[in-house]
Design a protein. Structure first.
Length: 195
């Protein structure tokens, strides 16, 4: 009985340790897939920053441009018709604490039709058939992240399987004095954990 209690305690401690910190978790299979892929495009996020202290369009332009620089450094190229990977951004500047996936297995997208308004920052980078992606399957290795105000979470999704391959974030809060620089640094920090 004591051995069973010790075993359960160790498992719980391990699970707790895995949920701490920042960055991402990724299975070996997902890492292997990402290394074999070389194109990407974006799933548009229709959410806008409601806080008038932020220029929604400019914040998203900086985030997307910095992701593009990082993806290019990882030898990925934009392909809006048949990308290997779909990029979905959660830019949180209004809510204080939110879960990226309220449901532990799936993310539901709020669009099911073409013609939805998409911000100009996505103009050249949106997956042509974004409206066909309705549910995203989260691998068991991808953790559900509670995140703070002024944070970003980036999901890389396999277009063929709709499975999240990699989720990245950082624990830091994005500063607002030099917002554009801080946004770039934040996204660059996320990509340091890229497999």
């Amino acid at each position: 009985m004591k051995k069973l209690k010790l075993f359960i305690t160790l498992i719980m401690a391990g699970a707790f340790m895995m949920s701490c910190g920042y960055g991402s978790n990724i299975s070996k299979e997902s890492a292997k897939k990402l290394k074999s892929y070389n194109t990407y495009s974006y799933l548009p996020n229709k959410d806008t920053i409601k806080d008038r202290g932020y220029d929604n369009d400019r914040v998203h332009e900086v985030i997307i441009s910095t992701i593009n620089n990082n993806m290019s450094s990882e030898n990925f190229a934009i392909d809006n018709s048949r990308p290997d990977v779909l990029v979905y951004i959660h830019a949180m500047f209004d809510e204080r604490v939110v879960d990226v996936n309220a449901d532990p297995v799936y993310t539901n997208f709020s669009y099911y039709r073409p013609g939805l308004y998409i911000g100009p920052y996505y103009e050249d980078y949106t997956y042509e058939n974004y409206f066909t992606v309705q549910r995203i399957d989260a691998d068991n290795a991808i953790k559900q992240l509670p995140y703070k105000e002024k944070s970003i979470v980036i999901d890389l999704i396999d277009r063929r399987t709709n499975q999240i391959l990699w989720r990245g974030t950082a624990d830091e809060e994005i500063g607002s004095k030099r917002l554009e620089r801080d946004l770039r640094n934040y996204v660059d920090e996320i990509f340091k954990k890229f497999p």
